[in-house]
Write a protein of this length. Structure first.
Length: 427
């Protein structure tokens, strides 16, 4: 039995843990010879379905403010004390689980360098596991990312510790080696896997709509701000815009607040949502079913949300987060430039602008306008194939990650019409 340990970066929202759990599921589904241990501080891990041969170690929670500062979320500890506690738990888990491979999410040394001590131990050990870094398509602005990576020695960490770097994205949309000025020794370890398609939900479109009382010929707008910690403004603007419309023009709208929304803000939204065309719930562990049941989606620009929209080919209006980083804004801008979504910059977030964007997408839906072709969505198969190859497991015909030469800029794989972004401004 091959053992894989997954370290999931976990300080803001649900995106990282959802993505890493999808990878863990695909790994165990692809081979009966694999078991996975996930290490994370996510406070919502218990809410997701955990398949057989996957277990987890829950670390004490960190928090991150909108200006990017970390702190202890629940325990009366200093940041240094909490990081030391987490680092010790991580080192013990690695030592006792004895993985064949460690898959690290996003940060080469972990949050606040909490993996660095374990890496030193691994270098001096008799049996060193393979180390793989997983990066999403976009991390942050080139200026901010390059500055942080140089300051923290992340490029050198890749050279010293990591066997490979897997990117769940497409270089035609964002080549992070160039955008973030990867030196040749680090760029040589990068392989692009494509975006991660999501598995179908547990309920059919018809079942979801029946459960919400939506007729088949009635358009349904789904509003989802992800984890919800900073999504109250988006939902509030939507509700204000709906109230300003004549009742006959209000689309049937279902809102998923997100499990991390503060209680006071949730109560305010519940009070404002008392419209006959609006329904609301706190959390769903089956977002793909809700998305499949919807016709137009209003969301932020997180990696998982975008992959879900691309998988289902859903029309969407994205209002991306711009603090503490601009990763969501950059992704939404690139996808809007390809005509795959409509983007509203948060600086232009008004109820009227939001309703204009939603009505434009509903009109395009009624006119049966087709969305352009999506980028590659075989990221799970390629990540799994790359990991199995690294630890010597047999693979079937699953495609492998693609190492595109760093010396030549890749040509776009398609030419798509641009769709106008609403209130689009620089990120």
């Amino acid at each position: 039995m091959k053992r894989i340990l997954i370290y999931s970066h976990d300080t803001f929202g649900l995106g990282n843990i959802r993505r890493m759990l999808e990878i863990a599921r695909h790994l165990v589904q692809s081979s009966p010879e694999v078991s996975v241990l996930v290490i994370t501080g996510s406070p919502m891990l218990h809410a997701f379905r955990i398949p057989d041969r996957i277990d987890y170690v829950k670390l004490p929670c960190l928090s991150r403010s909108v200006d990017g500062r970390y702190g202890a979320r629940s325990l009366p500890l200093t940041l240094a004390g909490l990081v030391r506690l987490r680092a010790n738990l991580i080192r013990s888990a690695i030592e006792d689980f004895a993985p064949d491979l460690i898959l690290v999410d996003k940060k080469p040394f972990g949050v606040e360098d909490e993996l660095s001590g374990a890496f030193v131990d691994l270098q001096s050990g008799v049996r060193r596991p393979k180390l793989v870094l997983l990066l999403r398509d976009i991390l942050d602005s080139p200026e901010a990312t390059t500055r942080v990576w140089r300051k923290n020695g992340y490029f050198e960490a890749i050279e010293a510790y990591y066997d490979q770097v897997l990117v769940v994205g497409s270089p035609e949309i964002f080549d992070l080696r160039r955008e973030y000025q990867f030196p040749p020794f680090a760029a040589a370890k990068v392989s692009f896997c494509g975006y991660i398609a999501r598995e179908a939900g547990r309920r059919s479109r018809a079942e979801v709509r029946r459960g919400l009382g939506v007729r088949e010929d009635q358009p349904l707008v789904l509003v989802t701000p992800g984890g919800g910690e900073d999504g109250h403004e988006l939902i509030s603007a939507c509700l204000t815009g709906l109230k300003a419309l004549p009742a006959s023009l209000r689309p049937r709208t279902h809102i998923v607040c997100g499990p991390e929304m503060a209680d006071a803000r949730r109560m305010a939204i519940e009070a404002a949502a008392e419209l006959p065309q609006v329904s609301l719930q706190d959390f769903s562990d089956d977002m793909m079913s809700l998305l499949a049941g919807a016709d137009v989606v209003l969301a932020m620009g997180g990696y998982n949300t975008v992959c879900e929209l691309l998988t289902l080919r859903k029309r969407a209006v994205l209002v991306p987060r711009v603090k503490p980083g601009v990763e969501q804004c950059m992704r939404a801008e690139r996808m809007a430039g390809l005509g795959l979504v409509r983007m509203l910059h948060p600086d232009g977030l008004t109820p009227a602008a939001l309703m204009a964007g939603l009505q434009a997408e509903l009109a395009a839906l009624a006119a049966r306008q087709r969305l352009p072709q999506s980028p590659r969505l075989d990221g799970l198969a390629r990540v799994t194939a790359a990991i199995f190859d690294t630890i010597g497991l047999e693979t079937d015909t699953a495609p492998h990650a693609v190492r595109i030469p760093f010396t030549k800029a890749p040509e776009p794989a398609w030419s798509l019409p641009r769709r106008t972004a609403v209130a689009l401004s620089a990120c």
